[in-house]
Design a protein around this ligand. Structure first.
Ligand code: UGA
Length: 432
């Protein structure tokens, strides 16, 4: 029921949005934007001065990518917007930071605005977001919690009003200090990343001791204190958040002489993991990929997004090309983005079957829904050698048992039913 005007300095983006087109791939968003635009509750403009007239709350929601030093968050866009707001704002408002920002940033925003516009009455609030790409609408409308860091009762009141529809639905609203709100965001992402690096190391252990990582995840996840989510073993976490936020958290720790060594190791495990995935494919092919046709299904960092940032595919595909493989890749939505990032040597296919036809092996890198229910018998006919490497444990191993494939997954015993089975088994043992 609120009235929202969104501002961006990129006129092309604003034109697209005003026409109901969304510059990113996010399921359901286009429909929601069109609906609210037609109800005149939502508008898009490049004119910040006009947009902030008569507002009660102004959200800063710009990117905070990793800075040139490779670890810190680059806050230049956040501070630039804060300065612009300060120059134009002429009435009380709460200036809310949605961007993921290190501890102390909200207080710095407050200082910058007071310096530029000393007579302005305003409050700041830190209001981190916990949306997942691909699931953003659901996560926004039914969040586990809303976190708000404030320094005044007035800001508490306005932010409480703003989120009252969620509170009425039973969503816990945690009011705290800006510093704590900022840290809650980083600590949440760092904890989830820790779960993933943990389960990935357990998966490596399973491969040596004949365990089954899916059973391990269920077995530990049933303990309510641990919880079952974010225990899917895979090729390592990617995306625009976990890699960047874990790095920024360690930087914060280092800056105040309080190293966050757990997270340093979580990062190291993940970096090594992404780098080791190409090697798995090589081993599954008997130790040499030269001139072999390798079909890659999915390159986005996860399904339901076209985001390629820090995707494991960025480590895997170039490595295979470097080793002389004939790499064919297909992704339902991320190929445009992927082509910019991986220019050389990859054959991008418009259809899934182009990847599969005459392939020496298939590697599933991103578990898009359209890859989950495939006719494996028909696929086997199309392939040159039925070798399947599933980096997401997207299938049951049993499903491959009687199909004559060699099926390799993560943290589970491989199924070796194809003719090179003995040789490959030896390779795998040696590697382990
Ligand atoms: C993440 C958080 O989940 C959101 O709560 C947060 O708001 C967001 O970052 C952010 O800071 O903006 P997102 O990056 O969209 O969301 O994606 P996730 O669904 O968390 O997945 C991140 C990576 O972890 C993906 O590469 C995914 O494949 C991997 N992952 C996830 C696993 O390998 N195993 C799992 O069990 C879960």
């Amino acid at each position: 029921g609120h009235y929202v005007t969104c501002v961006d300095k990129d006129p092309a983006k604003i034109d697209m949005l005003n026409n109901g087109e969304i510059p990113i791939y996010e399921p359901g968003l286009s429909k929601l934007v069109r609906k609210n635009k037609s109800l005149k509750r939502l508008d898009f403009t490049t004119n910040l001065k006009e947009a902030i007239k008569e507002t009660e709350a102004i959200f800063i929601a710009v990117g905070t990518p990793t800075a040139a030093d490779g670890v810190s968050a680059d806050l230049s866009a956040v501070y630039a917007v804060a300065r612009e707001i300060a120059e134009h704002l002429d009435h009380y408002a709460v200036i809310v930071t949605k961007s993921t920002v290190p501890i102390g940033t909200n207080l710095e925003i407050q200082r910058i605005i007071s310096e530029i516009n000393p007579d302005l009455e305003f409050d700041i609030a830190s209001n981190p977001e916990f949306l997942r790409e691909g699931n953003a609408i659901g996560d926004f409308l039914e969040p586990d919690r809303v976190v708000v860091g404030i320094t005044s009762d007035h800001a508490r009141f306005i932010m409480g009003q703003l989120y009252s529809p969620l509170r009425e639905n039973g969503t816990p609203i945690l009011m705290t200090t800006p510093q704590s709100a900022e840290l809650i965001k980083y600590a949440s992402n760092a904890f989830l990343a820790t779960k993933i690096s943990f389960i990935n190391q357990m998966a490596d252990l399973c491969e040596v001791v004949d365990g089954d990582i899916d059973d391990i995840a269920v077995g530990i996840g049933l303990d309510k204190r641990i919880g079952s989510q974010f225990l899917r073993a895979g090729p390592g976490y990617g995306g625009s958040c976990f890699p960047k936020d874990t790095r920024a958290l360690t930087k914060t720790g280092d800056d105040v002489n309080m190293p966050i060594t757990i997270i340093e190791e979580v990062i190291n495990v993940n970096v090594r993991r992404k780098q080791s995935m190409a090697e798995r494919i090589k081993i599954a092919l008997g130790g040499d990929v030269k001139d072999k046709k390798i079909g890659i299904l999915g390159v986005a960092f996860k399904p339901n997004t076209d985001d390629m940032r820090d995707s494991p595919a960025l480590d895997i595909l170039p490595k295979l090309v470097e080793w002389g493989a004939d790499v064919h890749a297909y992704d339902p939505v991320a190929m445009k983005e992927a082509k910019h990032l991986m220019k050389d040597g990859i054959k991008w296919c418009d259809f899934r079957d182009q990847v599969i036809k005459d392939a020496d092996c298939i590697a599933l890198v991103t578990e898009w829904e359209e890859f989950l229910d495939l006719d494996m018998i028909a696929i086997k006919e199309l392939m040159k050698h039925p070798i399947w490497i599933d980096l997401r444990n997207a299938y049951e191993t049993d499903d491959f048992k009687n199909l004559g494939f060699n099926y390799h997954s993560i943290g589970r015993m491989p199924i070796l039913n194809y003719k090179n089975a003995d040789q490959l088994q030896n390779e795998l043992k040696k590697k382990a």
